[in-house]
Design a protein around this ligand. Structure first.
Ligand code: NAD
Length: 317
């Protein structure tokens, strides 16, 4: 119960001896992130509720555990990539009387949660971890599934300098840009600011493309024009919401995979809650939240670029 020493030191994490890693949550993002760690020579023990998800990682060389505790039994580092705050809470702190993973980890274990959750939830887990002598970092990511596959994610980290230094070489395997945003929760605050802007940009880009298409323009020609003009943004660069404008993006694949609309809605709700709690005005964010709330009623599992269907439902067929 949090008394053994994990054996992880700065020297080890920065140098030759690679720590064993427990990876929990192997969905659209977690699976490719874990695969990149395997490719870099880390020993991984993985856990997910879905057998399909763990089978993919087993094929890639990970050992599959029967519980988070089993996954972490021989690990110095735990990484999680779970859908929302309630999943992070139940894995680390437990629920319905069941003990969470934190209580099982040796002192000195490094826990990196890359899920996007409320800063308050991240601080709660960090506080519980700190009481047990465990280093906790909130380390949400940006860059989408493409970035997760390519190992080019942006990590936005909150937590102590020491824990950040230990985590950096591991995060560098999965990401290209690694920011230390500040203390516990700071990573999550920065992440929801980014995702509120992304929700606004995606909704606005879909709206602009639809206006052009309804006025006789080819969506690819219009996208190319805006890409070289002042409307240029990330969605036009790598994630066009209109089908067949770009290859290898969810809109050209029936809006499957990618970043589910319900997860974007979760992030927008987190941004709205933060704005409310801190008395900050976010009118554009509020509009994007309203649009995604309506969209997710029928399309929650589709990629968030499917907000295009709000204007033209034929894109879904
Ligand atoms: P996902 O739904 O594809 O994957 C989540 C995985 O967690 C699933 O495999 C699920 O079975 C597993 N899971 C749920 N509860 C669990 C539990 N108690 N124990 C073990 N496994 C459990 O979601 P995703 O797209 O991979 O997103 C994960 C997180 O990353 C979310 O917080 C999301 O907001 C964030 N994110 C996603 C993207 C993206 O483009 N998909 C980009 C940046 C950030």
């Amino acid at each position: 119960m949090g008394t053994k020493d994990s054996g992880l030191s700065n020297k080890e994490s920065n140098n030759t001896a690679k720590p064993n890693i427990a990876f929990i949550g192997l969905g659209n993002m977690g699976a490719p992130m874990a695969e990149n760690l395997l490719k870099a020579g880390y020993t991984l023990s993985v856990y997910d509720l879905s057998a399909e998800a763990t089978a993919r990682l087993q094929q890639a060389g990970a050992s599959v555990a029967a519980s988070p505790k089993d996954a972490a039994s021989n690990a110095q580092v735990v990484i999680s990539m779970l859908p929302a705050g309630k999943h992070v809470h139940s894995v680390y702190l437990g629920n319905n009387g069941a003990e969470g993973l934190l209580a099982e980890l040796p002192k000195g274990t490094l826990v990196i949660d890359s899920s996007t959750i409320a800063a308050a939830d991240a601080r709660l887990v960090a506080e519980a971890a700190s009481k047990l002598g465990i280093d906790f970092l909130d380390a949400p990511v940006s860059g989408g599934t493409g970035g997760a596959i390519a190992g080019s994610l942006t990590f936005i980290v909150g937590g102590s300098d020491d824990a950040f230094a230990k985590a950096e070489p591991i995060l560098a395997v999965m990401g290209k840009n690694i920011f230390h945003a500040g203390e516990h929760g700071a990573g999550q605050v920065a992440k929801i600011c980014n995702n509120m802007l992304l929700g606004i940009l995606m909704a606005g880009t879909a709206e602009a493309i639809n206006l052009g298409v309804k006025n006789g323009l080819d969506p690819k020609v219009l996208s190319d024009i805006m890409l070289q003009s002042s409307g240029r943004n990330w969605t036009l660069e790598v994630y066009n919401p209109y089908p067949q404008v770009m290859e290898n993006v969810p809109s050209s694949n029936g809006y499957k995979g990618g970043f589910m609309s319900k997860l974007m809605q979760k992030d927008l709700n987190l941004a709205m809650q933060t704005a409310k709690d801190t008395d900050v005005e976010t009118p554009m964010g509020a509009k994007a939240t309203e649009l995604y709330e309506a969209h997710t009623v029928e399309n929650g599992d589709k990629d968030f670029s499917s907000i295009m269907a709000r204007h033209d439902s034929s894109v879904l067929s």
